[in-house]
Design a protein around this ligand. Sequence first.
Ligand code: ADP
Ligand code: MG
Length: 694
Amino acid sequence: MGEIWNVPEIFGSDVFNEAVMQQRLSPEVYRAWKNSISTGKALELPVANEIAEAMKVWAIEHGATHFTHWFQPMTGITAEKHDSFIEPTGDGKVIMAFSGKELVQGESDASSFPSGGLRATFEARGYTAWDPTAFAFVKDGSLYIPTCFFSYTGAALDKKTPLLRSIDEISREAIRILRLFGDQETQRIISCVGAEQEYFLLPRDLYAQREDLRLTGRTLFGAPAPKGQEMGDHYYGTIRTRVSSFMKDLDEQLWRLGVLSKTKHNEVAPCQHEMAPIYTDVNTACDNNQLIMEIMKKCAAKHNLVCLLHEKPFAGVNGSGKHNNWSLSTDTGRNLFSPGKTPRQNAQFLVFLAAFLKGVDEYQDFLRSTVAFAGNDHRLGANEAPPAIISIFLGDELTAVVDSIINGTNYTDPEKSLMRIGVDVLPAIPKDTTDRNRTSPLAFTGNKFEFRMLGSSQSIAGPNIALNTIMAEELGKFADILESAPDFHAALQKLVCDTFTEHQRIIFNGNGYSSEWMLEAANRGLSNYPASNTSLISYDDPKNIDLVTRRGIFSREEFHARYQIHLATYAKTIRIEARTMVDMIRKQILPAVYAYTSALAKGVAAKQTLGLPHKAETDLLQRLGRSADRLYETCEALNSHIAFSPEGALEQANYCHDVLMRDMKHARKDADLLEQLTDKSYWPYPTYSDLLFY
Ligand code: ADP
Ligand code: MG
């Protein structure tokens, strides 16, 4: 405490970044590396050898003894296997060695990672390959090398590989559009993301007393505390000392790793907080978000806290999400979603806007499925997070522009002739509209789109793969039309106008939480998948399979594997929760109620013999008895339903949703009632008021 940090000095100090490379590599090797990034070509072995040597020397200076190929399997979190640098010299001593081959490719036993059928059991090996577009770093005594993870046959077993493919694809198609608008300089389009991360912090000792939190990351039981978030006194409130020392520590570690941690504040729910980094290219943002989640957990432990990344740790209290701010930028730093000042810039902006509206409208089910996780089902549509229906908020100004193009009227003056794209100047679109609509799943916020449906614990790879891919698809189709048009301006006007007209149903600026919107959205034909098991079916839709395979993002098998994995993970998550529930009911809740009721009953018997009034206790005994009986019955039913397991991943997921979750809901109702009726000294675990108002 109290020490002064030189932030610019510590920032990125544990990263083997471009500056370090420039300093430590020979000019030829540095150039070769830069070149391989822009062309995507593999590095020659002598080049890899020199980079490996420089990395090793640097890493050892930074305290590393090991290296690890760091990868992102389809579990949604990261994996690592550490090898030390030691190599025996034959005289009982060792040297520290690291070769280009070890840097570039690794082999890992992949049998315990989900493969969704992509890897036959006899071929359990998986391979990792260095991603030279992401920087290596030192953490906990190891050199971390970001890698892709794939099978013997070359099928992607991870989340990074398809993300990198989608990054190339959007760049390629967006550049075609830029060329049509006369831009010959831009070489690369960068898809940029700033992911705001929400989380809860709880005292470690209280957390340890709850089996549900330990095993499932959320409370499966818990009556509401007498106080909730209704006072709004936590949102942006002063940060308590223990939490602020956690945050300080977190910032330091993240800065060292080159993560642009920028904003921190208290969130709506008690004990809930948020951290937002400054946006970067999406590949880095994705790696960084994994680091953020991991370091949050480790850092919390150091401060005797526990960081919960679950989407819905507490019923009746806001859950946690991740806002994915997404935009496209040229390599010269020009934002393609900025309305711009000249007619030409505006015209280009309208093409990108039209492509986005069309892509989201056509692939709304695909986009929805990228946020379909058991945990996230508890918050989407629960009037605290966006509904499960995808729509786009444009704000009044931009919607008026779109309307005027559709109706052939002038934006500022309805009497005047139509708004001519590429000739007229768009009105200034305020960057921060005052009526920021918090209920929209996908909001235009001045120069970027904020996708707000992501769950707090999920990898941001999936949603960004989808955003990049649908955008690439639509821009590509637009480019096909415009490149071959005899009259560019006429074609442009027609294309933008037709696209807005056909896809305006996806625009919605109203209250996404309202029941009218559910009806209205259904009338508009927008898809609505309230739960993951139904949403995930979109992985099986020929339209979506066609999109991802034609765009080279996933092979048919890779896409199908993800479908199977998501279904299986969903079912497993619910099964673990169901078993935990049974365990807690049988071993904790019912025994506590029995103990309390038997004490009460003894008291009643004693009072009876003395002729004293005992109505209160008798009534209570009745109520406790009825609830306990019901809970016992539900618990036994749940337990026998757990034993059944239908064939097929989809059937399994549906069964978990329809049967197990129904039982769990009933069980919780009685358990929470019992909690409210039972003497606190008998209750086996900390309650919501203990946990949230410590
Ligand atoms: P909020 O009011 O939702 O916190 P901010 O404007 O502070 O919104 O930004 C939230 C996130 O969006 C931050 O991570 C920020 O870096 C990111 N962001 C800002 N501009 C862009 C952009 N052009 N592209 C992608 N992300 C951006
Ligand atoms: Mg936000």
